[in-house]
Design a protein around this ligand. Structure first.
Ligand SMILES: [Zn+2]
Length: 173
C-alpha cells in the first residue's frame, strides 16, 4: 500500500469517540514495510482489546477503531476463517472484533459492524505464505497477487461499511 504519514493515520479513524481521543500508533510504525502490507493493523499497547485497521482507499487513508469481543464461546472448538485474508486458522488465532458505527447521531452509534479477523492483525503473513502448487496451478507469484488483491478489496469494503453513509450524505448537502 501507499506509505502513509503518522498524521494521515491518526486523522483517518472515522469512529473515534470522543473525536479528540488520541490514536496511539504502533512502536514499529517507522519500520512498516508498506510494499508488503495491504492494511496497517495494530493493537493499542495500553488497551489490548482495542485495535486499529487502516488502509489506503483510492488515494485516501481510511481507518477504524475496533474492539475485540471478550467472549467467543461459539467459536471455541473449531477452526475459524478470517474475513479479510480468508485463511482458516485455529480458533484462538482469529478473534471477533466490532467497529462502533461512526455517526453524529448518538442512537446510530450504538450499532456496530463485526468481523472475524486474525487476532494479531497479521493477515499479511498468510497472504505471502508460499503456496504449494501443482503442475496445473498458476505460478506462486500470481496466487500471492490474487490473495493480496482480495485482501485489499475486502478491507476496503469493510472500512466503507463503518461510516454512517446516510449521515455523510446529509452533511454534504
Ligand atoms: Zn486474516
Amino acid at each position: 500500500m501507499r506509505p502513509l504519514t503518522r498524521a494521515e493515520v491518526r486523522d483517518c479513524i472515522v469512529n473515534l469517540y470522543p473525536a479528540t481521543a488520541r490514536v496511539r500508533l504502533p512502536a514499529w510504525f517507522d519500520d512498516t514495510r508498506w510494499d508488503r502490507i495491504d492494511y496497517l493493523g495494530w493493537r493499542d499497547t495500553r488497551a489490548q482489546q482495542r485495535a486499529y485497521l487502516v488502509a489506503d482507499i483510492d488515494g485516501a487513508a481510511q481507518g477504524v477503531m475496533l474492539r475485540q469481543n471478550p467472549s467467543q464461546p461459539a467459536l471455541a472448538t473449531r477452526a475459524v476463517m478470517c474475513d479479510l485474508c480468508r485463511f482458516t486458522r485455529r480458533f484462538n488465532e482469529v478473534a471477533l472484533f466490532t467497529a462502533p458505527r461512526a455517526s453524529t447521531d448518538k442512537r446510530r452509534r450504538l450499532s456496530a459492524v463485526g468481523l472475524l479477523l486474525c487476532a494479531d492483525l497479521d493477515c499479511v503473513r498468510n497472504v505471502h505464505r508460499t503456496p504449494t502448487t501443482g503442475p496445473h496451478d498458476p505460478p506462486a507469484e500470481q496466487i500471492v497477487a490474487a490473495r493480496r488483491s482480495g485482501l485489499r478489496e475486502r478491507t476496503a469494503d469493510f472500512l466503507r461499511s463503518v461510516p454512517d453513509t446516510a449521515a455523510t450524505r446529509r452533511s454534504s448537502r
